[in-house]
Design a protein around this ligand. Structure first.
Ligand SMILES: [Ca+2]
Length: 530
């Protein structure tokens, strides 16, 4: 019998006022059994404790249930000798016996929370104990443009935590905390993250395959060196007045892409579910002589911009590469509007520009005043190699993860202009190349979310509980592709308004020709050669 059950029995006895049976002759009355504290009562006493694994608890308090979040004990702890901190949220009732480690995002600096839309609902509904780190440092106050400067990266220790070790470093103390609080270790540990949290998921899968039983990597920025090179390249192009596309031209382009590519998946619904088959050439929209002649055509500079976004790049040594982004959603907030197009709110830069400026200045050149508009990555290859060795998470050799039977789900929205779905497909293909298809199939599956932007949102249905899917795979052996999963689009009340089947890459959801276009049952997963 484990400690939890003993504690539960003692608590029941205490509630019942049972004196433990010592009520025979001569007894003066029931002998009170000391009441076992409930988990909520235990919680505050954790503060100040040293944790096995090398961390000190800073704070512990009970948070009342709100919305989807049940009552839990929130614990913050600091890893010894560092500015790395982690937070645990421990359900005080109904813990499912498992850990969900939450990846961060962007340049981190704050604790991830399970209520964010990037995370699976089962983390809360099934009452996981959650862990998550600050990524190695705390970003003070509200996030403005200064956040993107990534000043923490000028510190070698914080850079190392952020790039590759924050979760692995915090995990032993986090597991010890969970075991101590509940009186029994977690039966299973899972990881879920999106964007930089997806990068962290791949760091775990590639470098620390022993840490988790299942890993969900959404929009994983594993090829983070190539990504920042591409960000810098695109950001420079779109900032030139001649090279940017005004909203009318964005819509002109988007409509031309839809006219050619929307129906390739069997239904004209505004979603390009088969983006790899979409080969739209922006030159078809060229103004006479390539000059800007108004909103009904694109100048040569604007055509160059479109080609910059969708084309690959590589460093001179061939080590760092990026395949570019898919066409589609050029005029939407969860398409090119999210990361590509410049905005006055960003000082005329784009989100790609803000992130890559911080990367170039704080990670590579270590010069906070460096002029990123002239950055030539080929002139920085030695430093790129140093940072890449720490930061890149694109190693396709998942043999150690496969050998211990752990599972990995990759997921990417096709209109994501931060982490390219092309790049995530490229990583999956490389894993298949390294392991062979049969072995890869036992370890990793990739799902594209057509019409979905970065981590969530967009024209297409975006919600799917991949943590539940990976846990089912790890514990029951059923791969996600055999779980009949659907992407759901939900309205403000949480009601499902549309659904599409999850199709294991390289398949895509194809309309079967009849039935409700808003229902997953009207679609089949059609094969598409890689
Ligand atoms: Ca379509």
């Amino acid at each position: 019998m484990n400690h939890t059950r003993i504690a539960s029995l003692l608590a029941l006895l205490a509630v019942a006022g049972c004196g433990g049976g010592d009520d025979g002759p001569g007894a003066t009355g029931p002998v009170p059994v000391p009441a076992t504290p409930t988990l909520a009562q235990k919680c505050p006493a954790i503060a100040g404790q040293a944790l096995a694994g090398g961390a000190m608890v800073q704070e512990a308090r009970v948070i009342d249930a709100t919305g989807a979040q049940p009552e839990y004990c929130v614990v913050t702890a600091k890893v010894d000798g560092s500015t790395l901190r982690f937070e645990a949220r421990l359900p005080t009732v109904g813990w499912n016996g498992k850990i969900a480690f939450l990846g961060g995002g962007g340049f981190d600096g704050a604790m991830p929370v399970a209520t964010d839309l990037q995370f699976s609902e089962s983390i809360l509904t099934e009452r996981y104990a959650t862990l998550g780190t600050n990524g190695g440092y705390d970003y003070p106050g509200a996030r403005g443009i200064d956040y993107f400067r990534a000043a923490f990266a000028l510190d070698d220790e914080q850079l190392a935590d952020f790039t590759n070790r924050s979760e692995h470093r915090a995990l032993p103390a986090g597991k010890a905390l969970v075991a101590g609080f509940f009186g029994t270790p977690a039966t299973h540990s899972y990881f879920e993250g999106c964007s930089m949290g997806g990068h962290d998921a791949l760091i775990e899968a590639q470098r620390h395959p022993e840490d988790f039983d299942g890993i969900v990597a959404r929009a994983p920025a594993g090829n983070v060196m190539g990504l920042f090179m591409q960000f810098n390249r695109i950001a420079r192009q779109v900032r030139t007045p001649a090279g940017t596309l005004n909203p009318a031209k964005q819509t002109l382009l988007a409509n031309a892409v839809l006219a050619q590519c929307d129906g390739l998946d069997g239904t004209v619904d505004g979603i390009v579910s088969r983006p790899r088959a979409c080969t739209h050439d922006p030159a078809a929209l060229r103004c006479p002589a390539g000059a800007d002649a108004g909103d009904a055509c694109l100048s040569d500079a604007q055509i160059d911009t479109v080609r910059t976004v969708t084309s690959p790049i590589a460093s001179a040594d061939g080590r760092w590469t990026h395949p570019g982004y898919f066409p589609g959603a050029e005029n939407t907030a969860k398409g090119w509007g999210e990361y590509v197009w410049p905005s006055a709110a960003f000082g005329g830069s784009s989100v790609q520009g803000l992130f890559s400026d911080g990367f170039v200045r704080s990670f590579i050149t270590r010069d906070t005043a460096y002029d990123t508009s002239t950055w030539n990555y080929d002139a920085w290859l030695p430093r790129m190699a140093v940072v890449g060795a720490m930061f890149n998470a694109f190693d396709p050799d998942l043999a150690p993860l496969a050998a211990r039977g752990a599972k990995l789900i990759l997921w990417n929205g096709t209109t994501d202009t931060s982490v390219s779905a092309r790049d995530t497909a490229r990583y999956y293909d490389a894993v298949v190349g390294a392991l062979g298809q049969a072995r890869a199939d036992r370890t990793v599956e990739l799902f594209m979310a057509p019409g979905v932007g970065h981590c969530h949102g967009g024209t297409g249905p975006d919600r799917v509980d991949l943590l539940k899917a990976v846990a089912t795979w790890a514990e029951a052996g059923t791969p996600p592709s055999a779980q009949a999963l659907s992407h759901r689009k939900v309205d403000a009340t949480g009601a499902t308004v549309a659904s599409r089947p999850l199709c294991k890459y390289p398949a895509y959801p194809r309309y079967a020709g009849s039935g409700d276009m808003g229902a997953a049952t009207s679609f089949v997963c059609a094969s598409d050669p890689r």
